[in-house]
Write a protein of this length. Sequence first.
Length: 354
Amino acid sequence: MMDVRLIRRGQMYRYYLRQVVVGDYLRPVRTPLGIAQVQVGVPPGRWTGRGLAGLGLRFGAIVTEDELCQLFGQGRHPHGDWLVAEALAAGKKPAVAARAGKLGRAVEVTGADLVFRPQPTIQLLWALGEEETRRVIEGAHERAIEATLAWIEDHAATIRVGAQGRYPTRPVHGLAFARFRHYESRAGTPLLHDHVLVSLRGLRPDGTWGGVPLCSSSRWRVSLLVMSAGEGDAVGASSGGPKARAVEEWRDVYDLLDAVRQRPNAWVRNGSLQELAVMMFGYHLALQVHDVDEAFEFHRGSGGFASWLGRARGWSMATGWDAAIMENLPGEPPLDAFFRLVDEYREFAGQPGS
């Protein structure tokens, strides 16, 4: 499972350096970061990602407080102060030297906090299991994170180039992530989870820096949910059981839709059916990327749900099932109409209801 939160300028000082990077405990005043992490029993953060070289960072190196402050607290180069001092020493004027520490223009949102944790059933196995069980779960957790970060770099991260930022492309090299492993919740109960802070600054092919807009967080979240199937399979295989999906929280797209139905505001903004359609596309993309054998019935304009809707109601699917529902049922809240029609389709297709 993965949650996504944006990191804004100033939050690094008020929240992350005081709590998050020290195991979610309150960091004692004037205690160095490394000492505080040792005191609460969490490992130091480590840098990962393909974009490290462009920032002068090394894979696996310990994340320092100064690097966090400059990259996420100010949106600057993680070694910006050193670069500015070097430029001044080389005889550059202060205004010119100041640019050496910048990563493009100043921005309010400097990064995103991706919080990874196994599903509750696997968390329980991890908390109560033997050492071998815990080791296997942590290994599966690691692989899920690594695969998700690679997917984000390969498929989700984009940067705009050309006149007025008309064309999207992938950032040169990739992105920079700062990973922090935690073993307990804020309440002190066992909870395996990782905070992965991703810098939303990317290098363009022309050597300039720009913002990496956060792609639909639902697409990132759904991607991890698909990979969580592998996490559950790894646990089942290690314990000698069949490679079945017995410990997964969600089995298919219908379980995802049931979760959206129960808590729509947690998934889509303002009841937007179009945003739900984008999330469905993200789910389908994740199935393809991770080679998951599951039939997908919610293509926007054809097949499955759309084809049934066109035949049963006589609606055009030229602009997708989401637009058709909003156009033909203007007096009904779009999400309510969608889920009512999904129930009808599930009954027609022989799918078990929610």
